[in-house]
Write a new protein. Structure first.
Length: 105
């Protein structure tokens, strides 16, 4: 009889451990599903940074349309003779100035 009662206690302990593990798993699932749902909402408002290649593509298009001299003037306005010499912080403003070129004519 001693073995049967020991076996009964082991089974009860296993069931208790399984219930505890199940509760922990449910809690973790809630924590991570809430974080996963909130993460895209906070990341969405951020503006993607412009790259040198994106700015170069727009300015090259303007240059092909006959605005080469105006583009050189814009580059000088931002303190550089070449696009690669312009601080990336100014890319957005430079593109805004370049867009005005087509609106003016």
């Amino acid at each position: 009889m001693g073995r049967i009662s020991e076996l009964d206690m082991v089974i009860k302990d296993l069931r208790s451990a399984a219930a505890t593990i199940n509760e922990v798993a449910n809690t973790l699932a809630e924590m991570f599903s809430t974080t996963a749902d909130e993460a895209p909402d906070t990341a969405a408002p951020a503006d993607p940074a412009l790259t040198l290649e994106q700015v170069r593509a727009v300015l090259a298009d303007k240059s092909r349309k006959g605005y080469t001299a105006e583009i050189r003037t814009l580059l000088q306005k931002y303190g550089a003779a070449k696009l690669s010499g312009i601080d990336p912080v100014h890319y957005k403003a430079l593109l805004a100035d370049a867009e005005v070129l087509t609106d003016a004519t």
